[in-house]
Design a binder for this molecule. Structure first.
Ligand code: PSV
Ligand code: MN
Length: 414
């Protein structure tokens, strides 16, 4: 403990010498928020095998209990995204669900409709050629709008598995029209003051065409829908090499960046711990947001302040609660580093066209060891300075293992 204090004092002095307002940095860090996904606490895995984790949550209440522990350990994960029907209560009492979450010290966040797991959706949901199936999908989306009001959720988070597997399977423009119509109908049902986030993904489960494949498609549709519709960027949903931070900058500037699904990948949509493969990319994304939040451009600033930061992770071999804490901490580190970028100095150097100096200013912030600063911030927030160590020492894993046992995992070719 004393060790981190000394390291923090040293760091604070050196930041002050660089004209960085350490108090402002700490205040920003204390206000950071990351939403965790209910489905990240349950057993999940790949299509080959989902390895059951002893103590993994099977009920929504257990998922909320786990999410509350992540918040207790980190202090910055106060809400949980739910997926319907995965989190549909047997008695349909969504208000009770919201109250249970509140009693654990957290809130229900985004509501994610699921229109991809029923037999009827073989050829899609809103994009399905069959009008009766499209109507059923729409019904579910509207049900989720009603659930939002009951759990006091401000966000409807939409992702569709829709697409085709073979050229010629369906008419691409007709599918686009069907999607526009379905999204418009959903938009009309959004509770007042809420937002609809449209998530894109370039492939999987559809392998030839996906109806909402990229940020441009999501952006164009959201523009047509109106101010309550914005794009959601899932870090695993791009082709290799795509510059995600540039997409973030564009959407931010256009007022159309609504939220993130943070995770990491090396190959496709791997859903690994956030920042585990490419922490530099995560830093560059946060840097775009921090720069916009600090800048003079009012619309970009307002958009940045409303971003919903969510984790979308699915663990197979590493446990559930601990990797979620790890992801939250990696987001915190990336954000902290972005707060150390001297934006004014960087802008001045950019204006001079000093390429290397500008790059160095940015990467110097990335290289900073922010761990003493974060330990200090956590201590001031009243949470453990080392959340992963505190979680390991907490005995929570042993408790849930003995109370819940090991549930059979679904997944794989079963
Ligand atoms: C789809 O790959 C996705 O990213 C969507 O956000 C879903 O809601 C989530 O994963 C869980 O299936
Ligand atoms: Mn996602």
């Amino acid at each position: 403990m004393a060790e981190h204090h000394a390291a923090y004092e040293f760091m604070a002095t050196s930041l002050a010498q660089q004209d960085i307002d350490v108090t402002a940095v700490k205040t920003a860090l204390k206000q950071q928020k990351i939403e965790t996904p209910s489905w990240g606490y349950a057993n999940s895995g790949t299509r080959f095998k989902a390895f059951p984790w002893p103590g993994a949550a099977t009920t929504t209440r257990q998922k909320l209990d786990d999410a509350a522990v992540v918040h207790k350990m980190t202090g910055i994960a106060p809400s949980v995204a739910i997926h319907i029907p995965w989190d549909r209560p047997e008695d349909q009492d969504y208000q009770a669900m919201g109250q249970y979450a509140a009693a654990q010290g957290i809130a229900i966040g985004a509501v994610n409709p699921n229109v991809f797991q029923e037999e009827i959706y073989r050829l899609g949901s809103l994009g399905n050629p069959d009008a009766a199936i499209r109507a059923q999908a729409l019904d579910h989306l509207l049900e989720c709008c009603l659930i939002m009001a009951q759990v006091k959720s401000p966000i409807l988070s939409l992702w569709f598995a829709d697409g085709t597997n073979y050229a010629g399977q369906d008419d691409l423009r007709s599918r686009k029209h069907r999607f526009e119509e379905g999204l418009r109908a959903t938009y009309r049902y959004l509770p007042a003051g809420s937002r609809m986030l449209v998530e894109y993904k370039f492939f999987e489960p559809a392998f030839y065409s996906t109806d909402l494949p990229d940020w441009g498609t999501a952006y164009a549709l959201c523009l047509k829908l109106g101010d309550q519709a914005q794009a959601l960027v899932d870090l695993g949903h791009h082709a290799q090499g795509v510059n995600i931070e540039q997409i973030v900058a564009f959407l931010l500037d256009e007022g159309k960046l609504g939220g993130f699904h943070f995770n990491n990948r090396k190959y496709a949509d791997d859903d690994l711990i956030v920042g585990s493969t490419n922490p530099y990319e995560l830093f560059l994304i946060y840097n775009e947001i921090t720069a916009a939040s600090a800048g003079q451009d009012q619309p970009a600033r307002d958009t940045a302040r409303q971003i919903a930061y969510m984790i979308d992770q699915s663990h197979n071999i590493e446990g559930k609660v601990a990797p979620m804490i790890y992801s939250v901490l990696n987001c915190q580190e990336a954000y902290a580093r972005s707060l150390l970028v001297p934006q004014k100095r960087l802008a001045a150097v950019q204006a001079e066209g000093a390429v290397l100096e500008a790059h160095r200013i940015l990467t110097d912030a990335y290289r900073a060891d922010v761990r003493p600063l974060l330990s200090q911030v956590r201590e001031e927030m009243g949470v453990p300075p080392d959340p992963l160590a505190a979680y390991a020492a907490s005995n929570y894993e042993a408790k849930i293992r003995s109370e819940r046992g090991t549930a059979a995992a679904k997944g794989g070719y079963q």
